[in-house]
Design a protein around this ligand. Sequence first.
Ligand code: BG6
Length: 494
Amino acid sequence: MVSRVIPVQAFDLVIFGGTGDLAQRKILPALFRRHCAGQLPDSARILGAARADLGSGGYRELVRDALQRELADSELAKHRIELDAFLTRLDYLPIDAMDAAGWQALAMTLGPPTSDRVRVFYFSVGPSLFAPLAEQIWAHDLADDQTRIVVEKPFGHDLASAKALNCTLASHFDENQIYRIDHYLGKETVQNLMAIRFGNMLFEPLWNSQYVDHIQITVAESLGVSGRESYYDKSGAMRDMMQNHLMQLLCLIAMEPPAKFDPDAVRDEKLKVIRALETVEPHHIVRGQYVLTEGETAGDDNSYRETVGDPRSTTESYVALKAHISNWRWAGTPFYLRTGKRLVARSSVINVFFKDAPHSIFGADAGRHANLLTIRLQPNEGITLKVTIKEPGPGGMRLIDVPLDMSFAQALGADIDDAPDAYERLITDVIRGNQTLFMRGDEVEAAWGWTDPIIAGWTSRGDVPKPYDSGSTGPGDADLLMRRDQREWRGINP
Ligand code: BG6
């Protein structure tokens, strides 16, 4: 088989916020893994930039420690030689976005942009620094129209702030230079959603309200918010997960087939889904906040309010809602979305419930079973299709359903384990100049446009989230939301 590791072209990557948490936990480990995979050309340079007064030697030690912390011992042991080589790629410059110091040195290190090296500035910093950074970059002639910038979520906290950020970036860079990360789009299995839908003849003809009864999208997490209290308490599950990750999953499940797998074709179709979303009725949403399960002792498992240190916090750590997409394909098919922290298991799953066959030739006693397609995104990635068969044995025709089950790990063996993680894929896509897996500015704004009225409604009504036990499946009201429609959630299984 031909090697699938195709080296990227020569690049200079400057990480603003190069000593920060994201750089240490995600960006640098991802670059290290791509280095080990042989994907980074020898001339590729990675430059950390932050306010800390470090030299390149100090930065390399900081990154070595970070990799030792983030990577498994076995992985490090396997790549001990590569680790030293990777560290020699790294340089560091102390730079303050608000101050002239350091910028001249950066300009000297980088030199003017050239067409044979991709130049990327990774803004791994708070949004308040986007404008000053962009201004300094242009003031020091560090960019041209091929230069790329990467920005992270949260991209704004509402429509107005997202528009302001888009406007700031647009005054310095073209949209095709801006890479807005939603790391869910970089996940192998999330991309597989498109392959499953558009690579198979089997599903697409049935993928509409005539055959699909409803769709459930669940992103459950077992961890709480400890360590990110101050960010999370200002965001909540709606802003932190629903507006972006679940919205992206919904788009990929519901969108029309794009004419080709190219950035604007895919993003145009996703945008149409978001724009076709109806405003969610207040009684179609449930918010929750985790509390200690009876008998549980505090510690790492504090209740949400104890963890964030605010006994009156009304921020939701869970949200479930029923959404409708007003278009020809989906009119009348509800999409139930839920996400939460400190739930019974970590599990991201999409369940597509098909309708019953229109008529049973076997009579009422045989039983009826509708088909169900389960797409497991993480962990235990795979798909299961429940099909109806005859229960074996004598005694007439009785129907049962059995799973056609495929675990990607079993089917693909080592190949799936070797697949790059989300950040590895996204960073190499930036260098390659492929924006398919990045959010376009209008997409982000449309998602906030749908989210804002929901949050405004909670604020104006003084809504308080329903408590749910940590380690449970969420608040009881989320079950009621389904029961009112004579449906129920699929269990949350790891
Ligand atoms: C982040 C959220 O974007 O995604 C976190 O800010 C969340 O709150 C995380 O825990 C989930 O990502 P993953 O890859 O662990 O499913």
